[in-house]
Design a protein around this ligand. Structure first.
Ligand code: NAD
Ligand code: LMR
Length: 326
């Protein structure tokens, strides 16, 4: 059985995510799950309502549901933490504008994970700015090695895959290896140089070259803001779906020659990205959470410049939060 913590349990992403986990979509139909749901003090009545609804679904794999507002108690014995609970941005903001408000959450939750979680803990940070929050978290939970901490960039990958499939007129499943490099921000770099459509390089299939720079790139980089403008709230169901995809990819052996995007710690990377950042790379899994970064992709000079800009932004974010890192 897997014990899974979800923070921000009273919020909009969790309202989609919890039900998909309980339905067995992360770990498959043979694995029971226990949900440990955290939100702020005062949100207990909402959490109680969420627990009632989870119970009312009669999910065969849902073993038990714990709720609470004390991270140390809620994180007791957990194997996986999905850290969603944080303020979302509003119109006109960049995700890094949240850093001062949200960064400190990950100091407290890092300490709580350090004292309460199971030895095999892995963590996916969703709350923004997720890369830098994840870095803060990893520094505040020194019991766990840095390769247990991930930031979610899968939503960006999914968005980019849809754009390419739509332009090429093929189903999304025909698009493979569309990696996101860097920060989950408007400097992120969706990489069409290493991606394929039905096994062919993307640019052999889509020959409208100006489209990549003028439409595809900005639309993927700014999709979060477009959702906020349209809905008045940030993405929720698609974010939950990307969290499910991230963990499923981490626990399922990756098909030969393929990879998926995940924000991981940069220690030992072969691309020359500064050490001690959380950076989105192409990753592969051997199953059961055992992953590696794919270290032999090639970058054109143009791609390198864009990726380095995202790296610079992450270094600036790190500078702002040095006081929050042990
Ligand atoms: P929301 O406001 O609907 O819910 C957030 C919940 O977190 C609230 O219930 C709030 O009370 C709770 N919370 C705040 N601080 C907490 C803490 N210290 N401990 C536990 N719970 C806490 O927001 P949402 O739409 O669910 O978004 C949550 C976060 O996810 C935001 O930061 C948003 O920007 C981010 N997000 C990231 C991605 C991504 O791709 N990485 C995608 C979508 C949203
Ligand atoms: C997203 O990409 O939808 C989220 O990070 C929310 C946001 O602020 O854009």
């Amino acid at each position: 059985m897997k014990r899974i913590a979800v923070t921000g349990g009273a919020g909009q992403i969790a309202y989609s995510l919890l039900f998909r986990i309980a339905n067995g979509e992360m770990f498959g139909s043979d694995e029971e799950v226990a949900l440990h749901i955290l939100d702020l003090p005062g949100m207990e009545p909402v959490l109680e309502g969420v627990r009632m609804e989870l119970n009312d679904c009669a999910f065969p794999l849902l073993h038990e549901v714990h709720i609470g507002s004390d991270p140390k108690k809620v994180f007791e014995g957990i194997n996986l933490a999905l850290l969603v609970g944080a303020k979302p941005r509003g119109p006109g903001m960049e995700r890094k504008d949240l850093i001062n408000d949200n960064g400190k959450i990950f100091v407290e939750q890092g300490a709580a994970l350090n004292s309460s979680a199971a030895d095999d803990l892995q963590v996916l940070v969703v709350g923004n700015p997720c890369n830098t929050n994840c870095l803060i978290l990893s520094h505040n939970a020194p019991r766990f090695s840095k390769d247990r901490f991930f930031a979610m960039t899968r939503l960006d990958q999914n968005r980019a895959e849809h754009q390419i499939a739509d332009k090429a007129g093929v189903p999304v499943r025909s698009v493979k290896n569309l990696c996101i490099w860097g920060n989950h921000s408007s400097t992120q770099v969706p990489d069409c140089e290493n991606a394929t459509v039905e096994g062919h390089p993307v640019k052999e299939v889509i020959k409208d070259y100006p489209w990549f720079e003028n439409e595809f790139l900005p639309s993927v980089q700014k999709r979060g803001a477009a959702i906020i403008a349209a809905r008045g709230k940030s993405s929720a169901a698609s974010a939950a779906s990307a969290a499910v995809d991230s963990i499923r990819s981490l626990y399922t052996p990756t098909p030969k020659g393929q990879f998926f995007s995940l924000g991981v710690h940069t220690a030992g990377n072969t691309y020359g990205i500064d050490t001690d950042l959380v950076f989105s790379f192409p990753c592969r899994s051997r199953g059961l959470g055992d992953f590696e970064v794919v270290n032999d992709l090639k970058w054109s000079e143009e791609l390198r410049k864009k990726i380095n800009l995202s790296e610079e932004e992450l270094k600036e974010e790190r500078e702002i939060v040095t006081g929050l890192m042990v």
